[in-house]
Design a protein around this ligand. Sequence first.
Ligand SMILES: *Cc1c(COP(=O)(O)O)cnc(C)c1O
Length: 364
Amino acid sequence: MEVQSIQVEKNTAPKEKPMTDQLEFGRAFTDHMFVMDYSDELGWHNAKIQPYQPLSIDPSSMVFHYGQSVFEGLKAFRTESGEVQLFRPTKNFERMNKSNERLVIPEIDEEFVLQALIKLVEIDKDWVPGADGTSLYIRPFIIATEPFLGVAPSRNYKFIIILSPVGSYYKEGIDPVKIAVESKFVRAVKGGTGEAKTGGNYAAGLKGQEDVAKDGYSQVLWLDGVDRKYIEEVGSMNVFFKINGEVITPALNGSILPGVTRDSVLQLLQHWNIPVSERRVSMQELADAHADGTLEEAFGSGTAAVISPIGLLCWDGKDYHINNGETGELSKKIYDTITGIQYGKLEDPFNWNIQVTQKAKVNQ
Ligand SMILES: *Cc1c(COP(=O)(O)O)cnc(C)c1O
């Protein structure tokens, strides 16, 4: 499909934009959305940008019953000079196709949907907030829409992109969180859908999160589903530990979601010549490192927060304070560097940014 083939229907009743200081995560949506359909006969077709609006779909649509769906999450940023840029969007569409394969959803044309996204963000560019820490959150997703109650891959799908202006994740500076190690539930197992970005993984994770929230923990640390020993992820983020000068993150083992932020952190560490390894890491190894004073820092990584330092881990009723509950030096440096690149304040040595709009040319 050609980008020129995208029909554009402009919103004639644009909404009032929320005040930047009142932006919450994922509550407000822009004036337009991108939609395209899939059928076995036509493949992906009917690509259009239209006013943001509710969908009308059959209650027997397969997604409502068996959860055949995938999603992505990425952001657009406004730079100081007013340009709008996307952070590593090609990685997200590449990952979406991996998720599609696992969920038996037809492949998307990565280049086409990237061009569609650029066009959509361009149309809604005034919705990209400019204040410090704010951004435009982008949610591409695919749902199975065939009206059928049989358990089989759907023959019809909708691919949709919606956009949401979001406020700063950290109101007063990057802030460490309290995490409980989950011993009862598991998020995913090897061979399951843990490495695909699909809604069911989140539904399965809610109970653990809900249970520990009562005791003041903001998230759970997920252990592997077989031995219940090895660390996988923290909430819906990847996780890193700095032990004795070396940074360690669980290796992608089939049940861990391959985060774009995780990949960015790994690239930066290598660039800085900081020792880093992707390998299996057990909770016992962390406890031992804590006991001998070599557990220096711990943090989660994901698009929403970029870096979320862990100040306290509770495992089997015992509290492990990390770096006195403060943000570690390296955690802060990674956070400052990635956000600096995203907002165009720092050089982009890895070519992570893709421009959506150029600043207005003089004399034009
Ligand atoms: C999306 C996600 C992440 C983080 O991925 P990013 O691409 O860095 O945002 C990590 N873990 C899970 C389970 C996720 O769904």
